[in-house]
Write a protein that binds this ligand. Structure first.
Ligand code: SAM
Length: 345
């Protein structure tokens, strides 16, 4: 008890400001890497506070850069903070923070898209999926070009309970372009409802916890930034493989202004599209004239279950790709040419 009390009262000693660190190590933001830094430590404290109680927790920070959020995490009394940063220019500044917080900050010069965090923390932290979330948290302000593919990768990991979710239902607190944050939390029927809303919400409890104006970053990005907290659900809203859900959701939203049967129809070969689409919608008990944005997770659950049933009966169906069928149709020789080809055989 005494030891944990000690850990939770840790504060970093006085240090140069983030602005001074940037100057000292010549860390000008690289536009081509979409680097925008948070220098205001009150703001980074606010983000970290919203991530939950980090006392004695193990935290994985993605893309620490000059270390604003990193400082706030260290001041939250964590047991250990592991940071993964791709740009080597930031390592000396982070090393300075590590010296100021002995034994607490582990720095990896690497890529978050390939880093295996499941091996990084003690196995004793693992919790059963149905239990409360483990004492492991993910926090990060990454470039938008990285945070969006990364969240898709992590949602697949959530569905498989692997990667960062080997420890259990690890909560994530991440920044996104504000529009993407709004899509992540968009409810059924709202204007922003999209693929990402369904994919995130069938697997996680998703909250848009904070909006940060672009002017809070240096240099200022073109857009405002949304901070989103995602906690994996104990029981996903759809009990089918991630790739199957992804396929159904992606097909549904490809014609987002049309009735949902248009997009869903493309799951089936052209020759039997109308009857297969009708069979799918009937089995799923979904109105064909609903628009994609008006479909709830429960609608998608029934559509995915019905599609799975049809795939189980027709083993070639899941591999069917209407774009491939279109391409083949276009490259197929015209009737006359086909005759000429067969003549020469
Ligand atoms: N988190 C810092 C902040 O809030 O001030 C820096 C934010 S900046 C938008 C994004 C950081 O992520 C940069 O330091 C960049 O080098 C790093 N980064 C970008 N892609 C990365 C990747 N694939 N793996 C690890 N770090 C990455």
């Amino acid at each position: 008890m005494a030891a944990s009390g000690k850990l939770s009262t840790f504060r970093l000693p006085p240090l140069p400001t983030i602005r001074e660190i940037i100057k000292l190590f010549r860390l000008h933001a690289m536009k081509q890497l979409s680097q925008n830094f948070l220098l205001d430590l009150r703001l980074t404290d606010k983000i970290v506070k919203k991530a939950g109680n980090l006392t004695n927790a193990y935290v994985y920070e993605v893309g620490p850069g000059p270390g604003g959020i990193t400082r706030s995490i260290l001041n939250a009394g964590v047991a250990e903070l592991l940071v993964v940063e791709k740009d080597s220019r930031f390592i000396p500044g982070l090393q300075m923070l590590s010296d100021a917080a002995p034994g607490k900050l582990r720095i990896v010069h690497g890529d978050v898209l390939t880093f295996k965090v499941e091996k990084a923390f003690p196995g004793t932290l693992k919790r059963k999926w149905e239990d409360d979330p483990p004492d492991v948290h993910i926090i990060g302000n990454l470039p938008f070009s990285v945070s969006t593919p990364l969240i898709i990768q992590w949602l697949e990991n959530v569905s498989q309970q692997d990667g960062p979710f080997t420890y259990g239902r690890t909560p994530m607190t991440l920044t996104f372009q504000k529009e993407v944050a709004e899509r992540l939390v968009a409810s059924t029927g709202s204007k922003q409802r999209s693929r990402l809303s369904v994919m995130a919400q069938y697997l996680c409890h998703v909250q848009h916890i904070l909006t940060i104006p672009g002017r809070a970053f240096v240099p200022k990005p073109e857009v405002d930034v949304g901070v989103v907290r995602l906690v994996p659900l104990t029981r996903p809203g759809i009990q089918q493989p991630f790739k199957l859900v992804e396929k159904v959701v992606q097909h549904t939203f490809q014609f987002r202004r049309k009735h949902c049967h248009h997009g869903l129809g493309m799951l089936f070969p052209e020759a039997r599209r109308p009857e297969s689409t009708e069979a799918l919608l009937q089995r799923a008990d979904v109105e064909p004239t609903l628009r994609p944005g008006h479909l709830s997770v429960a609608h998608f659950r029934r559509l995915c279950d019905a599609y799975r049933h049809m795939c189980d009966r027709d083993p070639g169906l899941f591999a069917y790709n209407f774009r491939e069928e279109l391409r083949q149709k276009k490259s197929r020789p015209q009737t006359g040419e086909a005759w000429r080809e067969s003549d020469s055989l």
